[in-house]
Design a protein around this ligand. Structure first.
Ligand SMILES: Cc1ncc(COP(=O)(O)O)c(C=O)c1O
Length: 444
């Protein structure tokens, strides 16, 4: 049995670390590094933008953990909403035509927040399941329309859509596809409308079910789209009967200062994928939102059972937590705070770019931002070893948790703090990045 000792936190950490190494297989982690280094942090509590670990260290959660704890840590109301729901109805199935109150209520709220006629939600436990659901649903739709050959899914290079077999196959970062036997019929395209047009022409629109994209790519490096891109994509999809799936897993529910990321580009997709921010990470929940047009077509075309459903599709507790999270975000005007703090945050990145020759690019929208490090801006040459990894390590010494993105040869520092952040906290984040960059660059 583990006895927590406040006097000897280090011993307690060591005890937990040994158990972690032996018994816990970490996601997206090097098996070797985990065994050699053990867990960097063992967190025990969180409040606002801060996390605290067993050794008593407090750090700023500069990425809202996994771009998801949008409301901030330690909101007891969400725990109370979960407990209340679990005491009343912990679980009941939504298979066949069964339903329950929180899932109906949440589906209504999502419909009221979603743009255009995106009004009907299929719930999952997270983003990967939601993307898989979208891929199966669009293919099912074309099959019902008598066009079973329309099954290819086009995604963008540097995109991230998750790690289930389908979502990995759709992910445009090759590292995530380094497994044998992933799913067939996924294609990857450069982020220009010309490249997409060419691919559609080469493959033939009659073989393509859908195009999927994040409004702003997250894990691929926080990449906003080229100017006018999504409007042209929408037109191309319409002209070729290709469904447009927006993966709003990171950008949904306010991260960019608008309720959904695609709203920046004035485009309404046919299918919208959501997760993370819907519960701010307090409970696992995702979903696929369909337009009323698609929903009603599925109703009229379908003659059998849609053989797709997760045990936890619309879990009552998760839905109750989502409802409470969305209520608080709205009532406390946290979306407005994202707009205001987002401006300060993005200005901070521009300021960093002015101060540091090595910052080749500063980019982002709202509270989603990144700087890309280059040895030579003109040529785009990188340092031999990624600098961002060292900067993130250094920033940790100063109490800031962020992400280094080195896929596809990039060298990017990414941040996405919780929506409850204050001006002083934004300044603190920027000054820690500044200080950490200066320290690391001195040693190179
Ligand atoms: C854009 C995007 N889509 C999908 C996913 C996968 O979501 P999950 O990890 O909940 O399966 C993620 C996760 O980071 C994401 O960023």
């Amino acid at each position: 049995m583990i006895l927590q000792s406040t006097e000897n936190r280090e011993a307690y950490y060591n005890e937990l670390a040994e158990l972690d190494k032996k018994h816990f297989i970490h996601p997206t982690t090097s098996f070797k590094q985990h065994q050699e280094q053990g867990p960097k942090f063992i967190f025990t509590e969180g409040k606002g933008i801060y996390l605290k670990d067993v050794r008593g260290k407090t750090v700023i959660d500069g990425l809202s953990s996994l771009w998801n704890v949008n409301i901030g840590h330690g909101r007891e109301e969400l725990g109370e909403a979960a407990a209340k729901q679990m005491k009343k109805l912990a679980f009941s199935s939504t298979f066949a035509t069964n339903s329950h109150e929180p899932v109906i209520e949440l589906a209504k709220v999502v419909a009221s927040m979603a743009p255009g006629d995106l009004t009907a939600t299929f719930f999952t436990s997270g983003g990967s399941e939601a993307n898989d659901t979208a891929f199966k649903t669009v293919r099912y739709y074309w099959q019902l329309k008598g066009l079973p050959e329309k099954k290819k899914i086009i995604s963008r290079k540097k995109s991230y859509h998750g790690v289930s077999v389908g979502a990995s196959s759709a992910t445009g970062l090759p590292g995530f596809r380094s497994f044998p036997s992933l799913a067939p019929d996924f294609l990857y395209v450069d982020s220009s409308i010309e490249a997409l047009k060419e691919l559609v022409e080469t493959e033939g629109a009659d073989t393509i079910a859908a195009f999927i994209s994040e409004p702003i790519q997250g894990s691929g490096g926080v990449n906003p789209p080229p100017e006018g891109y999504f409007k042209e994509v929408r037109a191309l999809c319409d002209a070729n009967d290709i469904l447009f799936i927006a993966d709003e897993v990171i950008t949904g529910f306010g991260r960019t200062g608008k309720t959904f990321g695609m709203e920046h580009y004035d485009v309404v997709p046919d299918v919208m994928v959501i997760a993370k921010g819907i519960t701010s990470g307090y409970a696992p929940l995702g979903g696929m939102v369909l337009t009323e047009r698609l929903r009603s077509e599925l109703v009229s075309l379908s003659d059998g059972i849609f053989m797709h459903g997760y045990t936890y599709s619309g879990h009552p507790m998760c839905c109750a937590v989502a409802l409470e999270n969305l209520r608080i975000l709205k009532e406390e005007q946290l979306y407005e705070n994202v707009r205001q703090m987002g401006e300060a945050f993005q200005k901070g990145f521009e300021w960093l770019q002015d101060r540091h020759e090595v910052i080749g690019d500063a980019r982002g929208v709202g509270l989603l931002g990144a700087v890309e490090i280059m040895k030579d801006k003109e040529t785009g040459t990188r340092f031999d070893e990624p600098v961002s990894v060292k900067v993130i390590e250094e920033a940790l010494h100063h109490g800031l948790l962020g992400r280094s993105i080195i896929y596809e040869g990039q060298d990017t520092l990414a941040f996405a703090p919780p929506f409850c952040i204050t001006n002083e906290e934004v300044e603190k984040i920027i000054s820690i990045i500044d200080e950490s960059l200066t320290t690391v660059l001195k040693k190179i």
